[in-house]
Design a binder for this molecule. Structure first.
Ligand code: CA
Length: 213
């Protein structure tokens, strides 16, 4: 990962380690190019605003050197021009900051998956099935439409069935590092999710958080 903002780098590093990855973090563009061309890496998460040379230049040097390593661009500049420049420059995916860890993880997994292999990861609990590859959810066998945020929230619940998850945990996993801890966005989205998968499936644990039952 190439990221010069320590807080974000630590946030991603911690999350990736917890999911069994072995990330290396560099904080400038030249090191990013050197590592990518010299090391054994499967994928790069690349910030655009970097010291020395920026992310677009990193990408162009990688592709110029014949590297086809998957690259996911991260940037605060949430503009159409950046997106187009990034994708035309050979990026595989793009995420605007602030981002939630689960969404980054989903995109990383998607890029690492060998398209030739029909691998599917499905999480199931209490009649709810989440197909992580196809990004589909079924409730008692019936397909349900979820927004990206709702899907990410459902994924956190299904990875932790029966466990109480605090608002802070949900906030950090789904919305990321930049969200105001006083925000009620978690409660709002739990309400949306309950409406779609069944109110009784997500229990409120007073003073503690929520639990998938
Ligand atoms: Ca930066």
């Amino acid at each position: 990962m190439a990221e010069d903002e320590d807080r974000i780098a630590q946030f991603v590093r911690k999350g990736l380690r917890a999911h069994g990855f072995a990330p290396t973090v560099v904080s400038d563009g030249l090191s990013a190019v050197q590592h990518a061309l010299g090391g054994e890496y499967d994928l790069m998460v690349l910030d655009i605003g970097l010291p020395e040379i920026d992310g677009f230049e990193v990408l162009s040097r990688l592709r110029g050197a014949g590297s086809s390593m998957p690259v996911i661009i991260l940037t605060a500049r949430d503009s159409i021009t950046d997106r187009v420049t990034g994708l035309e420059g050979g990026a595989d995916d793009y995420m605007a900051k602030p981002f939630g860890f689960e969404e980054l993880l989903a995109r990383i997994r998607l890029r690492l998956r060998d398209p030739g292999r029909a691998e599917r990861e499905v999480l199931e609990h209490g009649g709810v099935g989440l197909d992580l590859g196809a990004r589909r959810i079924t409730v008692d066998g019936r397909a349900v439409d979820l927004s990206a945020r709702e899907f990410a929230l459902a994924e956190v619940f299904l990875r932790n069935p029966g466990r109480v998850l605090s608002r802070e945990q949900l906030l950090s996993r789904v919305w990321g590092y930049d969200f105001d801890p006083g925000s009620n966005v978690v409660d709002v989205y739990v309400r949306y999710l309950r409406r779609k998968i069944g109110t009784e499936r997500i229990e409120t644990v007073r003073g503690m958080g929520y639990r998938l039952v």
